[in-house]
Design a protein around this ligand. Structure first.
Ligand code: NAP
Ligand code: ZN
Ligand code: ZN
Length: 350
């Protein structure tokens, strides 16, 4: 037995997304069935639809910033009840036995993590379909609680953009009065600004879009630097303890390294689909570090959600109908985001 579900899919690389029916598994004893209310649009969805990494399995139903309500639960489910507001992010299953799974870093599961879309289930053969759909079946161990007080639509982007920026800020010890730069003011970038500011850091936004200056201040940044202005970035030499680079397209990393303090860290969360060139001298000078950060595990995602509930951090969103998704993708590629598109799944009907 399976459940027939309506979603939106791309049938091939760069194709428009359009209605698509597919099957989800019948709930098992540890599963909850979630009626999806909202789903954020992450640039990773766009990379996947465009087959930027050359590994997309079509048809693809993207979506991994999911908020919904539990509508039924299997006999062994103990953490959730019907009616609970819940979230699902990038991870929906893993082996649960390897050292990474046991320490809550399921994204690095040694047997292979199951992502919420364009990924294989733990059976090694069933493809997953994401949150651009009306409902989802997920093992309760991979379901998150949405704290009371957070608006569900504005909480949806926390499921990926939130954890992806919270995790490196946390790991690299962001604290009061640190100088933190956020490169790229999009979905990830605007949450990085809000989160770093909530931790007390002095935040600088580095952006190619001059029109985002006022928004940067409203989001909590103390400074805005338009990176296309000649000399603007050079003037920041040696300033930052931490730089969070959220840029989705190829760009110059060497210039960015020069604006780190000695022992400072440039952490990459953006995924430009191209190799980078690194000048060793700029890294060695000042013992600078370059690091990567990949989403975050289930326990840290819950920690981030609870933190956001406490500190009233949520995304600034444009709520759209699913019929407007292809235009939203185009706007995203033009850096025209304010600052996360979220799909109102109530609009997904036949
Ligand atoms: P987004 O909303 O489209 O924001 C990306 C921003 O990057 C743009 O708004 C723009 O900001 C800047 N940008 C774009 N092209 C640029 C260029 N050529 N040069 C300089 N800056 C440029 O995307 P997002 O959803 O935040 O995702 C950002 C990246 O993170 C994507 O590559 C995505 O796949 C990746 N990602 C990684 C993880 C992870 O686990 N590490 C998780 C989620 C997403 P300005 O207008 O301010 O310049
Ligand atoms: Zn994402
Ligand atoms: Zn594992």
């Amino acid at each position: 037995m399976t459940m027939n579900v309506l979603g939106y899919a791309a049938q091939s690389a760069k194709a428009d997304l359009a209605p698509y029916r597919f099957e989800r598994r019948d709930p098992r004893p540890n599963d909850v069935v979630i009626e999806i209310l909202y789903c954020g649009i992450c640039h990773s969805d766009v990379h996947k639809v465009n087959n930027d990494f050359g590994n997309t399995h079509f048809p693809v139903v993207p979506g991994h910033e999911i908020v919904g309500r539990v509508v039924s639960r299997g006999s062994n489910v103990s953490r959730f009840s019907e009616g609970d507001l819940v979230g699902v992010g990038c991870i929906v299953d893993s082996c649960r036995a390897c050292p990474e799974c046991r320490t809550g870093r399921e994204m690095f599961c040694e047997k292979g993590v199951t992502f919420s879309f364009d990924s294989l289930e733990q059976d090694g053969k069933t493809w997953t379909y994401g949150g651009y759909s009306t409902s989802m079946v997920v093992d309760e161990a991979y379901v998150l609680r949405i704290p009371k007080g957070l608006d569900p639509a504005r909480a949806a982007p926390l499921m990926c953009a939130g954890i992806t920026t919270y995790s490196p800020l946390h790991r690299f010890g962001c604290k009061a009065d640190d100088e933190v730069a956020v490169v790229g003011l999009g979905g990830l970038g605007h949450l990085a600004v809000k989160l770093a500011a909530s931790m007390g850091a002095d935040v600088t936004v580095l952006s190619t879009s001059r029109g985002k200056e006022e928004d940067a201040a409203r989001l909590g940044a103390k400074r805005f630097v338009a990176t296309k202005v000649a000399g603007a970035v050079d003037a920041l030499a040696g300033k930052f303890d931490l730089i969070v680079d959220t840029v989705s397209a190829p760009h110059d990393f060497n210039k960015q390294l020069t604006i780190l303090r000695n022992f400072g860290t440039l952490v990459l969360v953006g995924l430009p689909p191209a190799p980078i060139t690194l000048e060793p001298f700029v890294l060695l000078h000042g013992n600078r570090r370059i690091a990567g950060s990949n989403i975050g595990g289930i326990p840290e995602t819950q920690e981030m959600l609870d933190y956001c509930g406490e500190h009233e951090v949520a995304a600034d969103i444009e709520l759209i109908k699913i019929q407007d998704i292809n235009e939203a993708y185009e706007r995203m590629l033009r850096n025209d985001v304010k600052y996360r598109f979220v799909i109102d799944i109530a609009s997904l009907k036949e």
